[in-house]
Design a protein around this ligand. Structure first.
Ligand SMILES: *Cc1c(COP(=O)(O)O)cnc(C)c1O
Length: 358
């Protein structure tokens, strides 16, 4: 059966990566194979950081696989989704020959990874429809088939525009693009929506990769842990392209703590709070005369068009509130993106934009 491995760069198909000390290890009691110090550092409370970590910590991989509903072989742990984006582009795109497809306005890292790899960028802009932005999936398919696109990045819920792509739309695209391109569904904000993960399509589509992160809903942006969920064959290829020890032990430990039952329960409560606040802020902003339009959002931010975006940005900044200026992005010349904060923070945003009656 020909499969997703046919899409991997031919020059990397038999590439085994770096043979690290931890990779080949059997059981031992005296470790003299990696030039580590035999003593821990006096500042190391765990007393264990003098040894290189497991490249893919088994307990962490198992816990994350359970969280995301896949098997451990379908999951690669990396330094945030950012690393997964980079690995996918590097493993699949021949420099100077293959292309990456994106649907702007969208998260900037896809274009950065393409540029660094020397892959060209094909853009299929989102359509700004009455109900919000929409991805033109038919045009995505036709563009992939017409050009040498190896990686398609779909963001769902999308940053900065907030909309979802439905699972039937994704499934259709995966079938159309089988043997042509890997479809990457970036679900960095999925926790804030009611939609199921595209990971449920993995059993039938080996050209699918799903990105999840601990950086948003789980509140661990500084730990730099994210995962790619894809076919075991592609996981193995990506692993060979990755750094020898990509998961720092303190970060793995932090994530394990965040995956306990009580921590997950608190995360779920906070997600619920953000969703309620998002709806409250959405309606409050829509009432303001200085606001031209607020897009519905399935994520933890709102994309807002202002009559005078520059003035709104400065007004918020003068009150110490920093939001994301989106005006340089195509089609968003009057827009700011506002992350949903805690209830007090959101109340301040509204009162400043109303004319500072705090
Ligand atoms: C924030 C974000 C991520 C998360 O990146 P990490 O490297 O995991 O922190 C991924 N994709 C999108 C679209 C994002 O907005």
């Amino acid at each position: 059966m020909s499969g997703v491995l046919d899409l991997v760069r031919p020059d990397l198909r038999d590439f085994a990566g770096y043979a690290s000390a931890r990779r080949a290890c059997a059981s031992g009691t005296i470790w003299l194979n990696a030039n580590e110090s035999p003593w821990p550092n006096s500042g190391d409370a765990t007393g264990s950081a003098h040894r290189y970590p497991e490249p893919q910590p088994a307990a962490l991989r198992k816990a994350l696989a359970a969280l995301y509903g896949v098997s451990p072989e379908q999951l690669l742990v990396g330094r945030g989704s950012d690393e997964a984006i980079d690995l996918l582009v590097r493993a699949l795109c021949r420099p100077g020959r293959d292309a990456v497809l994106i649907t702007p306005p969208v998260f900037g890292m896809y274009a950065v990874a393409a540029r660094l790899q020397g892959a060209s960028l094909i853009e299929v802009p989102l359509q700004d429809a009455a109900a919000g932005f929409e991805c033109d999936v038919e045009r995505v398919a036709s563009q992939v088939l017409a050009q040498s696109v190896r990686v398609v990045f779909l963001c769902s819920p999308a940053n900065p525009t907030g909309q979802l792509i439905t699972l039937p739309q994704i499934a259709t695209l995966l079938t159309q693009l089988r043997g042509h391109a890997v479809v990457v569904v970036d679900e960095a904000y999925l926790e804030y929506s009611a939609q199921a993960s595209a990971a449920c399509l993995l059993a039938e589509h080996d050209n699918l990769a799903v990105l999840r992160t601990l950086s948003k809903a789980h509140g661990l942006a500084a730990a730099r842990i994210g995962v790619v969920l894809t076919s075991p064959a592609l996981v193995a290829v990506l692993r060979n392209c990755q750094a020898p020890y990509p998961v720092p032990a303190p970060c793995a430990a932090l994530v394990m703590q965040a995956l306990t039952e009580s921590a997950l329960a608190q995360t779920a409560e906070r997600v619920e709070c953000i969703v309620q606040e998002r709806e409250r802020l959405f309606h409050a902003l829509r009432e303001l005369p200085s606001v031209r339009w607020v897009y519905p959002s399935q994520a933890n931010f709102l994309l807002v068009r202002f009559v005078d975006a520059s003035a709104a940005f400065s007004q918020l900044l003068a009150a110490g509130i920093v939001v994301r200026d989106m005006r340089a992005q195509a089609g968003l010349h009057d827009a700011l993106r506002i992350s949903i904060g805690n209830p007090e923070e959101n109340a301040q945003v509204i009162s400043i934009l109303r004319g500072r009656s705090v």
